[in-house]
Design a protein around this ligand. Structure first.
Ligand SMILES: *Cc1c(COP(=O)(O)O)cnc(C)c1O
Length: 358
């Protein structure tokens, strides 16, 4: 290990491909096309390519910077912008992606102008908020919104979308998905258009699909976490046919010493403004590794050795209890962790963490 490649996030490209295939096959059985979501890996081109080999029909990301990274790397699959387009960058949106998710008429008008100006058709999925309180129109706003949007030149209303389980954690159900389909049918009748795409779910919808209870008209899913980390996202259960360790974080041990498990002295706030309580577990062997809150979310890290326990982190240190570690831990040695979604996102974003595809 050289100083330059620690800490390092190892990405097993074959495992990503396998996970993508399992998700795509499940969805295909329900007539659902899958768009692979790359925002969890900042639009990492090799991960995106693995998703495509695994059978996803297209790719989506929430940030134009990531979209541009995919394009620059030569990925030529259709790309979708997941986050609502910023009014300030409509021209770039039309330039970079063929489809975007939308909920504001003023943005659609400007996207339409940009599309006409550039001579590129731009496809739009109108987002409906079915209760999670993130993006989208309330159900009773959809018909008037689409009625106005279909008159705009340059853009095509290709479908409706819904996103759940992200802001409030609302679980996709037969009930809310059926209501979503009913709204789509109302729009078709009122506006005289056919909606090609009903973009129903993210990784939180896999259980509903597997149970055979997803309404038949829902024909599109935008899937990130289930492919990257092999989990559905309502209970973070490992998904059948996928693996959970496509990503492994390796960090170097900087200190390894016996210390008491409780602090000595009156305690106030820690470096991040929290008042912490530490149970008395007696003297323990504690290791500090070269990861911190700048690089990971310590609450979303699972040591690969089940006997190692994450104790906490400051900006640049992660403290772990290695008293019961299966293998001897020493300074200069290495500890490995499987990241959850929050840790993956931060590790991918941190320029202090090397990324290596294996
Ligand atoms: C992030 C995101 C997804 C993917 O969610 P996962 O839980 O990672 O599958 C899908 N749709 C939208 C709109 C998103 O923002």
């Amino acid at each position: 290990m050289t100083p330059l490649d620690s800490p390092c996030l190892h990405i097993d490209i074959g495992k990503i491909e396998r996970n993508a295939r399992a998700v795509v096959e499940l969805c295909a059985g329900a007539g659902i096309a899958v768009t692979g979501v790359t925002k969890g890996v900042c639009g990492h081109p090799e991960v995106a390519a693995a998703m495509l080999r695994g059978g996803v029909a297209s790719l989506a990301d929430s940030r134009l910077l990531n979209i541009n990274r995919l394009r620059r790397a030569g990925i030529d699959a259709p790309l979708m912008l997941l986050r609502l387009p910023p009014l300030s960058r409509v021209a770039e949106v039309v330039e970079s992606v063929s489809v975007s998710l939308n909920s504001e008429q003023v943005v659609l008008r400007r996207l339409a102008e940009a599309a006409v100006r550039s001579g590129r058709a731009h496809d739009v999925i109108v987002m409906v908020d079915m209760g999670d309180l993130r993006e989208g129109l309330r159900p009773d706003e959809v018909v008037p919104f689409v009625r106005e949007a279909v008159t705009l030149p340059g853009i095509r209303i290709r479908g409706l979308g819904v996103n759940l389980a992200c802001f409030a954690g609302v679980v996709p159900s037969e009930t809310n998905m059926s209501r979503f389909v009913a709204i789509a049918e109302e729009v078709e009748a009122a506006c005289g258009i056919a909606l090609e795409w009903l973009s129903g779910v993210n990784s939180s919808g896999l259980e509903l699909i597997a149970a055979g209870r997803m309404p038949a008209r829902v024909n599109h899913a935008r899937i990130g976490e289930a492919i990257l980390l092999g989990r559905e996202t309502t209970h973070r259960r490992p998904w059948p046919g996928t693996v959970q360790d496509a990503f492994v974080l390796r960090a170097e041990v900087l200190e390894c010493r016996h210390k008491p498990s409780q602090p000595d002295g009156a305690c106030a706030e820690d470096a991040f403004g929290r008042l912490q309580v530490f149970p008395d577990r007696g003297g323990r062997l504690r290791a500090l590794v070269n990861l911190g809150r700048e690089d990971v979310d310590p609450d979303s890290l699972t040591p690969t050795d089940a006997n190692v326990v994450v104790l906490g982190a400051s900006s640049g240190y992660l403290a772990v209890d290695v008293t019961d570690a299966a293998a001897a831990v020493e300074v200069g040695g290495e500890l490995t962790f499987v990241p959850g979604y929050a840790a993956l996102l931060r590790a991918m974003t941190s320029e202090y963490v090397a990324k290596q595809c294996v």
